[in-house]
Write a protein that binds this ligand. Structure first.
Ligand SMILES: *[C@@H]1O[C@H](CO)[C@@H](O)[C@H](O)[C@H]1NC(C)=O
Ligand SMILES: *[C@@H]1O[C@H](CO)[C@@H](O)[C@H](O)[C@H]1NC(C)=O
Ligand SMILES: *[C@@H]1O[C@H](CO)[C@@H](O)[C@H](O)[C@H]1NC(C)=O
Ligand SMILES: *[C@@H]1O[C@H](CO)[C@@H](O)[C@H](O)[C@H]1NC(C)=O
Ligand SMILES: *[C@@H]1O[C@H](CO)[C@@H](O)[C@H](O)[C@H]1NC(C)=O
Ligand SMILES: *[C@@H]1O[C@H](CO)[C@@H](O)[C@H](O)[C@H]1NC(C)=O
Ligand SMILES: *[C@@H]1O[C@H](CO)[C@@H](O)[C@H](O)[C@H]1NC(C)=O
Ligand SMILES: *[C@@H]1O[C@H](CO)[C@@H](O)[C@H](O)[C@H]1NC(C)=O
Length: 419
């Protein structure tokens, strides 16, 4: 190439860069996709697993967000690995709804906790905020590289320890969100959180982290209503699903849970707080060696309620506490007995079968001042796993009914055959 040609080319490129950066980010042509598909590769993402691709993702989102194309789709293509620093994609001012986020490739976080660009607080890794109409789907994987965080102890004021560990994937202040098919692995803390959102439907998810990874809940629901979670496999070091304050109309079904801590409502009422959860329906769930099966846990001294809850068609394979209500929840073991409690009422357990790894398969520990009421058990058979022998129950301040076969016997519930 002659010097003159090279010079002209350099000038041309520089002009192009200049004009592009002074306007909206412009998509480079990437082969094989329609005009409504915004491939992150076309917006500067590299996908080599080491370059920070956050900017490319953000630009693809911003363009899709105001695209006039029908059903705009941000594409994270398969066969590549994208490294993301903490990233928030905001849907508040988007004119094109709904937006599809198609994840077929692999997304990873920085592997060393110290390489995260979010000091001092790392609350979230990837978050979708204020979206109305969002479909997140695909065959891809989102890996939070949590192992370095799991080792960080924050108890000894370790300098390297940030004040909070990040939740992997957050949907917040959003409506009409659907998630389908994605795999989540090794989050530093919870894998997925739905916060202050309504009409969120998740299905066909796979969530995996080691059994001993701390606080790696599968999905946490907080201040959210009309949420469903279906057909998913969740194996973690904490609750498969946990349901916190302000949540109602929650359906959870067809879940394979374990290892993990089971499906939990709560903990509610820490430090005297008023917290409430209601209308939760959990059905067709299998627990594999979990520490709890279906659990409701509240701190002493709280206010509010957990009520109108149904657990049905549950199978336990050797979980430690298949059925538990714990109104004395106190993981740090320094709790005073107090007079107030989050009120637990109208909880139905129906068709719960399988084995328990502990003799006591049913534990109802309710508050003295605020007993549990209208607890209903119907068709329960839980056997002790080792000898296929009988299990037993413990009961404290729990009232309600048992219908049909209930094994172990739960004598604090009145026998009632016509409900
Ligand atoms: C989308 O358009 C709205 C309204 O025109 C504008 O306020 C907003 O900044 C745009 N968003 C992006 C990401 O460009
Ligand atoms: C889950 O995936 C299956 C198979 O890919 C699909 O048929 C089904 O519709 C999906 N479920 C939901 C609720 O989208
Ligand atoms: C929960 O299930 C009930 C009964 O199947 C259904 O009417 C309701 O719409 C579901 N709600 C959600 C949020 O999926
Ligand atoms: C949420 O679910 C409840 C009960 O099914 C229903 O009455 C309510 O209309 C739903 N809310 C929305 C926003 O769809
Ligand atoms: C719990 O949720 C309720 C209802 O959304 C709210 O009024 C209350 O302030 C929340 N409590 C706490 C401690 O955040
Ligand atoms: C229960 O869940 C399993 C998968 O965990 C599924 O194969 C089965 O069809 C579900 N049964 C019902 C009644 O939904
Ligand atoms: C008890 O809870 C169920 C949902 O599990 C609900 O359908 C029913 O209306 C509740 N009953 C009362 C008396 O609140
Ligand atoms: C608190 O109350 C429970 C139930 O009555 C009792 O078993 C426990 O010993 C009490 N703990 C203390 C510290 O008083």
């Amino acid at each position: 190439m002659s010097t003159l040609k090279t010079l002209t080319l350099v000038i041309l490129i520089q002009c192009t860069i200049f004009t592009e950066s002074s306007q909206q980010p412009k998509q480079k042509k990437v082969n094989g996709y329609g005009d409504n598909v915004f491939n992150v590769i076309g917006f500067g993402a590299i996908g080599d697993g080491t370059t920070d691709d956050s900017k490319g993702f953000k630009q693809a989102w911003d363009v899709a967000c105001n695209s006039s194309a029908p059903s705009p789709t941000v594409l994270v293509p398969q066969g590549k690995t994208f490294l993301l620093q903490p990233l928030t994609l905001n849907g508040k001012l988007c004119t094109s709804n709904p937006i599809t986020f198609q994840i077929d490739g692999r997304i990873i976080a920085p592997s060393k906790a110290g390489a995260w660009q979010c000091r001092p607080n790392c609350d979230h890794w990837i978050s979708f905020r204020k979206c109305d109409g969002l479909l997140i789907k695909g065959s891809g994987t989102i890996n939070g590289q949590g192992s370095n965080w799991w080792r960080l102890s924050c108890k000894n004021k370790n300098k390297a320890c940030p004040s909070r560990k990040p939740t992997g994937f957050v949907i917040e202040d959003s409506n009409n969100v659907e998630m389908n098919g994605i795999t989540f692995e090794d989050s530093p803390k919870m894998h997925i959180a739905f916060e202050r959102s309504t009409l969120v439907h998740a299905a066909n998810l796979t969530i995996k982290a080691p059994k001993n990874s701390p606080n790696t809940d599968g999905i946490h629901i907080q201040h959210s209503t009309n949420v469903s979670i279906h057909n998913s496999i969740i194996q973690t070091g904490d609750d498969c699903v946990s349901i916190g304050n302000g949540s109602k109309y929650i359906n959870i079904s067809n879940i394979e849970c374990g290892p993990g801590h089971g499906i939990s409502i709560g903990s509610l009422g820490i430090n005297g707080k008023t917290e409430e959860v209601e209308f939760v329906h959990v059905r067709n769930v299998t627990f594999h060696g979990t520490t709890n099966g279906v659990r409701i846990k509240t701190w002493q001294g709280g206010h509010g309620h957990a009520r109108n809850i149904k657990f049905e068609h549950i199978i336990s394979h050797a979980s430690t506490r298949p059925i538990i209500i714990d109104q004395y929840y106190c993981p740090h073991k320094h709790c005073r007995n107090q007079t107030s409690a989050v009120e637990i009422s109208n909880v139905t357990y129906e068709d719960i079968q399988g084995t328990s790894s502990r003799r006591i398969a049913v534990e109802l520990s309710c508050s003295e001042s605020t007993p549990c009421t209208n607890i209903i058990m119907k068709d329960i058979t839980l056997r002790y796993k080792d000898q296929n022998a009988h299990t037993s129950s413990t009961c404290l301040n729990a009232h309600g009914f048992r219908i049909g076969r209930v094994e172990p016997n739960v004598p604090c519930l009145q026998k009632h055959d016509n409900l």
